[in-house]
Design a protein around this ligand. Structure first.
Ligand code: NAD
Length: 290
């Protein structure tokens, strides 16, 4: 690989250390540690791993966590009641409901139940609107982490062509919004599953952010030589040569490293940044009470 490897683990570790210092300062001024509640509904194994990692990162940073677990059979009404109890609890600063929720529950409804001042995932319509207006309260953690990586590696954005593949509320759409905000100033194109000529669109990108959820979809001939490529995707695929019988891959083929100027690895790129940004949003939410 000739591309510079963007080391999300190192950047995230630095940011987590800053959060630890800030959490302790906030704790002194509000008389308790910042606190995050994580609501997990059902038995999705990947969600269990993500939630465990969040609790662990919070503990290391001096952020208290409340672990709220509900069964797969939980109704919308029961989940709403749990969310509202947390909304009303003044000792909890941040709240997230781990996605996906079971099919019987509409995630759009869930987003609307969360108190916008505790919505550390930045998914409540009010927070989506604030980000779109250029006055963000909480920026969704994954796109916030991607932008931090561009900044940390001094990758210029102003006046550059940026392409984001994916238009989800949690990654693609806020990523495109962030890249086009004043101060970041990229010229942004958002591609998605109905874009006809995705390869040509990607070829113009100085900055390419891929969040399509399709394993190794982006090939080297999609990428402009020297471009910065941020791979958000994460997939576990079978690999009999590995001790676990599987390995993790992203949405970008590894050979892209021969063409790109910068590339995030999977794992160890965007993933660690998502957790660091969650800590940052939680500490900020607590800090606003100080
Ligand atoms: P999603 O399924 O909600 O959205 C995927 C988007 O990609 C959709 O907008 C869809 O239009 C687009 N898309 C799908 N197939 C496409 C194709 N063939 N060509 C072009 N566009 C296509 O997924 P998401 O929640 O945005 O997550 C995307 C990926 O990022 C997943 O692999 C997910 O696991 C990963 N992810 C990683 C992190 C992290 O912290 N590393 C966080 C969130 C999501």
């Amino acid at each position: 690989m000739t591309a510079i490897r963007i080391d999300g683990k190192v950047v995230a570790q630095r940011r987590r250390e800053q959060c630890r210092v800030e959490a302790s300062r906030v704790a002194q001024s509000i008389g308790r540690a910042p606190a995050l509640a994580v609501v997990l509904v059902g038995d999705d194994p990947a969600s269990h791993v993500y939630v465990r990692n969040k609790h662990r990162a919070c503990a290391e940073a001096g952020v208290d966590t409340h672990d709220v677990r509900l069964p797969d059979s939980c109704s919308s009404r029961e989940l709403r009641a749990a969310v509202e109890r947390i909304n009303e609890d003044d000792t909890i600063d941040g709240l997230l409901v781990q996605l996906p929720v079971p099919d019987a529950i509409d995630p759009a409804e869930v987003r609307g139940w969360i108190d916008p001042s505790k919505d550390v995932d930045g998914l409540h319509p009010e927070n989506v609107g604030l980000l779109a207006s250029g006055t963000p309260r909480f920026v969704p953690c994954t796109p916030a982490g991607c932008l931090e990586l561009l900044r940390e590696y001094d990758i210029p954005t102003a006046g550059r062509e940026a392409v984001v593949i994916g238009r989800s509320l949690i990654v693609g759409r806020p990523m495109a919004t962030l890249l086009s905000t004043k101060g970041v100033d990229a010229t942004v194109t958002m591609g998605h599953s109905r874009s006809g000529n995705l390869k040509e669109i990607c070829q113009r990108a100085d900055i390419l952010v891929v969040a399509a959820g399709q394993a190794e979809m982006v090939e080297p001939d999609w990428v402009k030589p020297g471009a910065a490529v941020i791979d958000v995707g994460i997939h576990r695929i079978a690999d009999a040569s590995r001790p676990r019988g599987s390995r993790l891959v992203g949405d970008v083929a590894p050979a892209v490293g021969e063409v790109a100027g910068h590339l995030t690895p999977v794992p160890g790129g965007v993933g660690p940044m998502t957790i660091a940004m969650l800590l940052q949003n939680t500490v900020e939410a607590a800090g606003r009470k100080a």
